[in-house]
Ligand binder design. Structure first.
Ligand code: THU
Length: 139
């Protein structure tokens, strides 16, 4: 599984986005340390706050299947009518960054993509400097 293939999976996942309110479709593809992929899309709610981002959908699917070790996530997003190559980079929200902090090392790779060959890679450390995580609660 290479980076371009992971991004393709994120674009496929984006197709299922449930976005009647924002019209903004996001897809994510989460790669485990042993090479499995869990995908997610954003799922909105008429009462707004229960909305789940694509990244958290992917994490919660994986964690609920027993996965605990993650290598990377690819994220793509933009208005529904924008296709592959037309979207902007879609950085994860603060809540999703915090969920990454729960399950990932600071070297976890966050791939923000516009197309399978146009992307930037960030570490979790770069996106959430001085983040609070499980280590802070160690006795
Ligand atoms: N959203 C995501 O799914 N991931 C992000 O990284 C940013 C925002 C969703 C939430 C909401 O459904 C829509 O995009 C607009 O905020």
């Amino acid at each position: 599984m290479n980076i371009s293939q992971l991004i393709e999976k994120a674009f496929e996942a984006r197709e299922a986005a449930y976005i009647p309110y924002s019209g903004f479709a996001v897809g994510a593809a989460l790669l485990t340390a042993d090479g499995k992929i869990y995908t997610g899309c954003n799922i909105e709610s008429s009462s707004y706050s229960p909305t789940n981002c694509a990244e958290r959908t992917a994490f919660f699917k994986a964690v609920s299947e027993g996965e605990r070790n993650f290598a990377a996530i690819a994220i793509v997003g933009g208005l529904k009518e924008k296709k592959k190559g037309e979207t902007q980079l879609c950085p994860p929200c603060g809540v999703c960054r915090q969920v990454m902090m729960e399950f990932c090392d600071t070297s976890f790779m966050v791939i923000l993509a516009v197309s399978p060959d146009e992307y930037n890679i960030y570490t979790l450390e770069e996106l959430l400097p001085l983040g609070f995580g499980p280590n802070n609660l160690k006795k």
